[in-house]
Design a binder for this molecule. Structure first.
Ligand SMILES: [Zn+2]
Length: 164
């Protein structure tokens, strides 16, 4: 069965490789903003971003993961799990919460230690697949103000890899 997410996965992998060539993802504000997305900060019902999930799958759980766990997972769901960047040593907090059998949210908050290399984060930021979750009209409005859908993945890639 063809996997609809594969083009996004390839795109995210290319962006991640770019970050690793420049040291690590910590120095890219647009990466930090994307992977730390928290629906609660925007008064939304549970939502996550496909792009966020794909970056975390690579950067935290991938074969060449750059954020490495320090100690075991937290005893309580929702508590931060300490990670560290294996390249620059920055601290990164991984948070995971499950809302239903099909809905969980995972975010990573990176505390950079080095100067930024990437361009500043902007709102609305371009995403290809973007947010998913169960929401109403007010959720949709808020999400529309935070994210802008792009149809071309290369536009997403250029945005994520733009240098300062
Ligand atoms: Zn780093």
């Amino acid at each position: 069965m063809p996997d609809a997410m594969q083009p996004l996965r390839d795109s995210v992998a290319a962006v991640h490789e770019f970050y690793m060539k420049h040291g690590c993802p910590c120095r890219f504000p647009r990466f930090r903003r994307l992977v730390s997305f928290d629906f609660k900060e925007h008064g939304l019902s549970p939502h996550a971003l496909h792009e966020q999930d794909e970056f975390l799958a690579l950067a935290v759980r991938g074969k060449k993961a750059v954020y490495v766990a320090e100690g075991g997972p937290p005893a309580r769901m929702g508590d931060a799990w300490h990670h560290k960047c294996s390249r620059c040593g920055a601290e990164a907090m991984l948070e995971f919460e499950e809302y239903s059998i099909i809905m969980h949210c995972e975010r990573l908050v990176v505390r950079p230690t080095l100067d930024d290399l990437g361009a500043l984060a902007v709102t609305p930021s371009p995403l290809h697949w973007g947010p998913y979750g169960v929401g109403d009209e007010s959720d949709r409005k808020a999400l529309d103000s935070l994210f802008r859908q792009v149809h071309d993945l290369s536009e997403f890639e250029s945005f994520m890899t733009e240098l300062a």
